[in-house]
Design a protein. Structure first.
Length: 353
């Protein structure tokens, strides 16, 4: 097949723009050939269960799914009755970037809380944790936190533990959207276990695509007692998230989590974000808007600069005041960062005084 894209082009728009890690591509090729059982009845999905237990505890269960929206909606749906609601940050991915999937597919209410850095706290949760027994209000029964947040900030293990203790004391359950969980663990220097199972997370949407996979995410049930029996088994099919050739989803996660690939890839992306921070923070006219605690940088550029830089690189506008989001990936290299900083510098020089 003819290559239709420029394979040398690098983007700072999203870690979803990156290609597939070579080791993941090798895993897909190794899982190919011959016939194995479908719908998860295969040796790769069986092996994945053991790998997930190594990271999240012997009680943990793995439920591979197609994508992040599906993982979040399915995980939350498994925790909730039909009358349930989910407390989340106003800027959480499930509220800001997943259309009406939580409401129309999941069938649950989102109770949102304003947060300047994307994080929730027991005090913020309490602003929506009320109305229990009042039939006119969707019952707040689950809290969802995002690790890392939509602003690239990280919850520490202690912060998550305080949230989980508070949530559980109210009879609620805790979901984590871990699309970039690996980046958080790399930044904090902790294991995946420490910021999930150990900290009291009941169910996790574990990201893979943003950390080098071709496709696929994985729901990790950290606390099987949090759901009703086989809820995930039946809901996965109902929500169109049951892959027939599941061996290719599972094989990728085995390659990612079976050694340190998940950590090394996340470390690379995080290090490049710090290098980008160092290159931009001392340039006059540029403001760093959030702490850099993962592979994301939020910067405010002078008017007109973003349009000039965008002629060379893709990135997302974050709001209407000139703030943009820059994302690094597992394959971002030092030369890519340095060239980007140079382009920004030149754009500033060429701006009219």
């Amino acid at each position: 097949m003819k290559v239709l894209h420029d394979s040398n082009k690098i983007s700072f728009a999203s870690d979803n723009y990156s290609g597939v890690h070579p080791e993941i591509m090798q895993a897909l090729a190794a899982a190919n050939g011959g016939h194995v059982g479908a719908y998860g009845n295969d040796v790769y999905t069986e092996r994945l269960q053991a790998v997930i237990k190594q990271h999240f505890g012997e009680q943990a269960q793995a439920w591979p799914v197609w994508n992040g929206t599906g993982a979040n909606v399915l995980a939350l749906q498994a925790l909730l009755p039909r009358w349930g609601g989910v407390i989340c940050a106003e800027n959480a991915h499930i509220n800001a970037d997943e259309s009406t999937a939580p409401q129309s597919v999941g069938g649950f209410k989102l109770w949102t809380v304003a947060s300047s850095n994307g994080k929730l706290s027991p005090e913020l949760i309490d602003t929506q944790a009320w109305g229990y027994g009042f039939e006119h209000r969707a019952q707040p029964l689950v809290v969802s936190i995002t690790q890392t947040t939509e602003f690239g900030t990280c919850y520490t293990a202690d912060e998550i533990r305080k949230i989980s203790q508070h949530v559980h004391s109210l009879g609620m359950k805790l979901h984590m959207d871990g699309a970039r969980l690996a980046n958080a663990a790399a930044h904090l220097g902790v294991s995946l276990h420490e910021i999930t199972t150990d900290a009291g997370v009941d169910i996790l949407s574990l990201g893979g695509t943003k950390n080098g996979l071709m496709f696929g995410e994985c729901i990790v049930l950290c606390n099987p007692e949090a759901i009703d029996g086989n809820a995930l088994k039946y809901l996965r099919k109902l929500n169109l998230q049951l892959a027939s050739k599941m061996r290719f989803l599972s094989a990728q996660f085995i390659a990612l989590l079976g050694n340190d690939l998940w950590l090394n890839s996340a470390k690379q992306a995080n290090m490049m974000a710090l290098r980008l921070l160092n290159g931009l923070q001392n340039i006059d006219g540029i403001k760093i808007c959030q702490p850099v605690e993962s592979n994301a940088i939020f910067v405010k550029l002078p008017e007109g600069v973003a349009d000039k830089v965008r002629k060379h690189y893709d990135f997302y506008d974050w709001d209407n005041d000139g703030t943009v989001r820059l994302m690094c990936s597992f394959d971002t290299q030092e030369s890519h960062v340095d060239e980007f900083v140079q382009v920004v510098t030149q754009a500033l020089v060429l701006m009219p005084v």
